[in-house]
Design a protein around this ligand. Structure first.
Ligand SMILES: [Zn+2]
Length: 131
């Protein structure tokens, strides 16, 4: 049986960010679940999104979320408000940023392997210069 969460992570492992979309009330929904939290219609539609968005928050992780990541701490974990209007969690690309990434920073989220696991990884959007 495929659950909503397994569909999401299978897509991430294949390099895609797919977000559930409610065809009844025409909204994206995140986190993945069986029914729309707004109108309670069953969610059957998944739409691949581009990953563009803005950071809404960031925190430094000192206890790894996965055993494989233990040697990577500390790293930045962030929340990204995608252009589609849903917030997703992501690891901030450690190579891209040493200081705490600022809320509001324009980023691109990618689905790709990170430190041995499929993950959502955020990095500054091209052209998002620092002054
Ligand atoms: Zn709905």
């Amino acid at each position: 049986m495929t659950t909503s969460a397994s569909h999401f992570w299978d897509a991430v492992a294949a390099g895609r960010i797919e977000i559930p979309y409610c065809e009844t009330c025409r909204r994206y929904v995140f986190y993945p679940r069986a029914a729309c939290p707004y109108c309670h219609a069953p969610l059957h539609c998944w739409i691949a999104v581009g990953g563009g968005g803005r950071l809404t928050g960031c925190t430094q992780v000192r206890r790894p979320a996965a055993p494989e990541w233990a040697s990577r701490i500390p790293y930045w974990f962030c929340l990204v408000l995608l252009d589609e209007g849903v917030t997703v969690p992501a690891v901030f690309d450690a190579a891209a940023e040493q200081d705490q990434p600022a809320p509001g920073l324009r980023v691109v989220v990618e689905a790709r392997p990170l430190w041995g696991r499929a993950a959502l990884v955020a990095h500054p959007s091209p052209g998002e210069g620092r002054t």
